[in-house]
Ligand binder design. Structure first.
Ligand code: INI
Length: 180
């Protein structure tokens, strides 16, 4: 039998990635993006927005990440989609709704489309905790970039070596002309 495992030395030049970033708490999400770009660049990805490998999508907040990730995944243009956000607990239940919808929505996009979508959303009690994870101590943005490369590689190997069924969950049309 075979061991399937993503690697970081395959057809790097052939990969295309979408990075979706929330502006809310951009002090944090900007640092996550920088860490993510650093990981991708040091593994051979051309991160230039004017280049051919990475497209960037900015959204208002974490709540909007799944919608844009879904559209990107359905385009068949990307080997992986990376969602970056920061949801920080306040004094109201708002945090729980935004964090839950982001997590559920991002997982659903992966399941529905078969395209790996990285859950790069920090959910913390304080800004300090978020900043510690976005560069002060470590930068999880780096890990999210690596997660995308690993999953793009793994899914590529699976597509080449296994008979993979089309996604089972019906996906909604994305073009106005497709709508009934
Ligand atoms: N969006 C975030 O990305 N992080 C947050 O901490 C946050 N809080 O706490 O409100 C947040 N809210 C905005 C939300 O994501 C949507 O952009 C907004 O509700 C409009 O749909």
């Amino acid at each position: 039998m075979t061991v399937f495992e993503g690697n970081f030395h395959g057809d790097i030049a052939g990969l295309r990635l979408a990075i979706v970033v929330g502006r809310f708490n951009d002090l944090v999400t900007g640092k996550l993006l920088a860490g993510c770009q650093d990981a991708l660049k040091r593994h051979g990805i051309d991160i230039d927005p004017h280049g051919t490998q990475v497209d960037y999508f900015w959204v208002p907040g974490a709540f909007e990440l799944p919608m844009v990730a879904r559209q990107a995944a359905l385009s068949n243009r990307y080997n992986a989609v990376i969602c970056l956000g920061a949801v920080i607990r306040g004094s109201t239940p708002h945090f729980d709704y935004v964090a839950a919808e982001a997590a559920k929505g991002i997982a659903a996009v992966s399941f529905q489309t078969g395209v790996p979508v990285v859950f790069g959303v920090l959910t913390t009690d304080t800004m300090q905790q978020s900043l510690e994870r976005a560069g002060i101590k470590s930068n999880l943005g780096w890990s999210y970039g690596m997660n995308a490369l690993e999953m793009a590689s793994l899914m590529g190997q699976m597509q080449q070596n296994l008979v993979t069924p089309a996604p089972t969950t019906p996906v909604l049309p994305i073009n106005a002309s497709d709508r009934v």
